[in-house]
Ligand binder design. Structure first.
Ligand SMILES: *[C@@H]1O[C@H](CO)[C@@H](O)[C@H](O)[C@H]1NC(C)=O
Ligand SMILES: *[C@@H]1O[C@H](CO)[C@@H](O)[C@H](O)[C@H]1NC(C)=O
Length: 425
């Protein structure tokens, strides 16, 4: 037990660890004397004891939990929606524990609920063992846990447990923003065993079969934020590969096989919309992003709107050129200008995506080393590709000068026979 930073490995199958933990935490409860139900979450080294005073809706609780998670939360109810949660994290001076009562409307970040009456008896941080200790009473909190019980089983309280990611959150702010949990589970308190005088007292320890465990076969469920991961990976692909490739195609195949650009642009657009969906889903889960006002979100939405316009713009442009060609006419004079605006706007959008992926990594509090790694890759892509673009631009300019007044084929010219070589002259 010397190195306890072992993450969330399934270790619950070794009963001796219970004893080890008990000894380690010097956890001393008189279970023979007082009515207490205790939850052991060995995967996250947490012990939580509960007691309900007779004829009362209050809950006394005593929690011992590591301080390396962003928070540890105990919830009253079977699901997060509309239930009460007590979110515990170290105080700013790391001498005590901030216990923040919160409520969530759905499976979203809970917000501070000031009308909850919490009586904190004692909290402390045991720096040596990296533990937070909380001894408190939650007044009139029991109904949140028994609200949905059928009348026959009303003597059990449905409870939840969760821990946050391994990030530091040392603050006294009761409404501090927290991240999505990395692991969670449900458990039940047997109120017949937990109801009694005496609270959770100190004294000698002993094993008792009336301990609560996380219910279900899965026990502590590891949670991964798949939507956020998908959003990040898809946009990194867009910024580092899809968008530059599309620009490359647009530049290289401007005179011949221009339809390929139509294809890559469609893929690009599909990627951007596909990556937007999980981003919006994640945004709605967190208080800080629910109003879509962070820099990352504003810039991202701006880029998506601009790209949508440019996608339609590009289709319209090639349609104008196509119909002019069909009539055997030169495309109208202003299509040059429209084309130039299209090119430069799309280049700007690409840079926006490059920057915004970095902002997204920052917003989701990824490790600095990852952010710097991304910045290095993004810079490398720019440094490699800008000279290539410049060459392409030079070549195509020279090509156009040579071709003189010969009209350029557009995206749709080759749709019917693109495999056959299509020579206009
Ligand atoms: C376990 O708890 C029950 C009731 O809560 C009590 O009667 C019993 O003595 C306890 N056993 C031990 C070993 O503490
Ligand atoms: C928790 O606080 C109560 C009230 O002050 C006290 O009686 C009890 O002994 C404390 N429990 C523990 C385990 O420290």
């Amino acid at each position: 037990m010397s190195s306890r930073r072992q993450g969330l490995t399934p270790r619950w199958q070794w009963p001796w660890l219970v004893l080890c933990l008990l000894a380690h935490f010097k956890f001393q409860l008189v279970r023979a004397q007082s009515a207490v139900q205790t939850l052991f979450v060995l995967d996250s080294d947490t012990i939580a004891s509960f007691n309900v005073p007779p004829e009362s809706d209050d809950i006394n609780f005593y929690v011992l939990t590591p301080d390396w998670y962003q928070y540890t939360a105990i919830g009253f109810g079977a699901t997060m929606s509309d239930s009460l949660m007590l979110v515990m994290y170290p105080s700013a001076d790391r001498k005590s524990v901030t216990v923040s009562p919160r409520k969530a409307r759905g499976n979203t970040e809970p917000v501070y609920s000031p009308d909850t009456q919490l009586v904190i008896h004692d909290t402390s941080i045991d720096e040596e063992n990296s533990n937070m200790v909380v001894n408190a009473t939650c007044r009139r909190c029991l109904p949140y846990a028994t609200a949905n019980s059928a009348s026959g089983v009303e003597r059990t309280a449905s409870m939840m447990f969760a821990v946050g990611p391994e990030l530091a959150l040392n603050t006294d702010d009761l409404d501090a923003r927290i991240r999505r949990h990395v692991a969670y589970g449900n458990f039940e308190i047997d109120l017949r065993k937990a109801t009694g005088e005496g609270g959770i007292g100190e004294g000698i320890s002993g094993g008792n079969s009336s301990d609560a465990v996380l219910s279900g076969e899965r026990g502590l469920v590891q949670d991964s934020n798949k939507a956020a991961t998908a959003h990040g990976i898809l946009y990194a692909l867009v910024a580092l590969a899809v968008a530059p490739f599309d620009s490359l195609v647009a530049g290289a195949l401007r005179t011949r096989w221009a339809w390929v650009h139509g294809l890559t642009a469609t893929v690009y657009f599909a990627f951007v919309i596909g990556a937007l969906v999980p981003g919006v889903m994640v945004s709605r889960e967190h208080v800080a992003t629910q109003r879509f006002r962070t820099g990352h979100q504003v810039l991202g939405l701006l880029a998506v709107v601009a790209l949508t316009i440019m996608f339609v713009w590009g289709i319209a442009l090639s349609w104008i050129k196509h119909s002019a060609n069909k009539r055997g006419q030169e495309p109208p004079e202003n299509t040059h200008l429209l084309g130039m605006i299209h090119r430069w706007t799309c280049r700007t959008i690409w840079v926006l995506f490059l920057v915004n992926v970095g902002l997204g990594l920052k917003l989701s509090e990824h490790k600095t080393v990852l952010i710097f790694g991304y910045m290095a890759v993004a810079l490398a892509v720019l440094v490699v590709l800008i000279p290539i673009y410049f060459c392409l631009w030079k070549c195509s300019k020279r090509g156009r000068e040579k071709e003189g007044s010969i009209e350029m084929p557009t995206i749709y010219d080759h749709n019917s026979n693109y495999l056959g070589v299509h020579h206009r002259n």
